[in-house]
Design a protein around this ligand. Structure first.
Ligand SMILES: *Cc1c(COP(=O)(O)O)cnc(C)c1O
Length: 353
């Protein structure tokens, strides 16, 4: 653990002193047949299934299952309405508006900046190097006494590569604030997760999500893994019922199907590597960046006409051509084999125009 890491020092004073909302479900947790403590509707719901009771605020059943899958104690897990909720809570709990700052390493996921802006927290941007790795010297220079968080994304969106593990470890060891590693795409990566390092680094927060490899983007379930101490802060700050009943029940079921998900991951990785090779053969493609994720970043001679041609073919990709260090690039999600074939066919036709 980083020597002078002190969670209480990092916490905003109002959060340290916060008396959290105590819900009906907090105050009575036992079994009872008549629940008249939460102003719910005892008749049920106008649906086949009942959702008339407030859900478990701390999602115990779901966390137990995730705990055994991920190999971390349930008390080191926070669940939120997407990873975006975890990102927002980090700002609200640890960054004083108008005073503190965080470090971002663009090009990277856009929500770190948006969430900072919403919370009136300054961002110090230290560009990735030309090969999309961390500029350790630049980061060390940018850190000041009010720097509370460093956001790292590995594999990184939109570049697709993983950050060098030793560089991330260097930051974890030297930075006195929290290091947030967003692993939304970790299931597709050659590198292993940082989750197993939680006992080593008290300042580590790992974000994962069920929105990508697990195919559950519509249910909104984001995860944060950190020390129990940090997770307690998350629990204090979050809205009491931030993960709804339907999501909790459906995710518990989905987690029984690890084999299906693993098969999808293997196929997506094969398709990614095939698609990357195919893309390299088109004369309008200048460069296909190596990917550890379920998308590829492709630099083309004329990104906008290509983007618009694809829209015309009813295929939507992400135009990243104006993003710093991604000039001329489109970001293309790896689809099913049929979707990828449709893309390659469309691109082949484009090459003949
Ligand atoms: C897609 C994505 C997420 C997922 O966010 P959710 O709110 O969990 O859907 C998080 N981080 C990155 C970098 C992503 O690309």
């Amino acid at each position: 653990m980083a020597d002078s890491f002190d969670l209480n020092y990092l916490l905003r004073e109002n959060i340290r002193k916060l008396v959290p909302y105590s819900s009906a479900r907090n105050e009575f947790k036992g079994e009872a047949s008549i629940l008249l403590d939460a102003n719910e509707n005892g008749y049920g719901s106008p649906l086949e299934q009942n959702y008339n009771r407030y859900p478990d605020p701390l999602q115990h059943q779901l966390k137990l299952k995730l705990s055994s899958i991920k190999g971390v104690p349930a008390r080191s897990i926070f669940l939120g309405n997407g990873s975006d909720e975890a990102i927002d809570i980090l700002y609200r709990a640890f960054c004083r508006p108008g005073i503190d700052n965080v470090i971002l390493v663009p090009p990277t996921y856009g929500m770190y900046q948006v969430s900072a802006d919403i919370n009136d927290v300054a961002t110090k941007k230290v560009k990735l190097t030309a090969d999309f790795q961390l500029d350790l010297e630049g980061i060390a220079e940018a850190v000041d006494s009010n720097t509370r968080l460093i956001f790292l994304c590995s594999p990184n969106n939109p570049t697709g590569n993983s950050l060098h593990r030793e560089d991330v470890e260097t930051i974890l060891t030297n930075f006195k604030g929290l290091v947030v590693i967003d692993e939304a795409y970790i299931n597709y990566a050659r590198q292993k997760t940082f989750i197993q390092e939680l006992t080593e680094y008290g300042n580590l927060v790992v974000l994962q999500t069920l929105s990508k490899a697990w195919g559950l983007a519509g249910l909104r379930l984001g995860m944060a893994f950190a020390s129990e101490e940090i997770i307690e802060v998350f629990n204090k700050v979050k809205p009491p019922y931030n993960v709804n009943q339907a999501t909790q029940e459906l995710v518990v079921k989905a987690l029984d199907n690890v084999e299906t998900v693993n098969a999808w991951i293997r196929e997506t990785v094969t398709e990614r590597d095939k698609l990357s090779e195919m893309m390299r053969s088109f004369k309008f493609v200048e460069h296909v960046y190596p990917s550890d994720a379920n998308f590829i970043l492709v630099r083309t001679t004329a990104p906008r006409p290509l983007y618009e041609y694809l829209v015309d073919q009813s295929i939507i990709v992400r135009d990243r051509s104006k993003v710093e260090l991604c000039m001329g690039c489109l970001r293309i999600t790896v689809g099913t084999p049929a979707e990828n074939k449709a893309l390659v066919d469309a691109l082949t036709r484009y090459g003949r125009l």
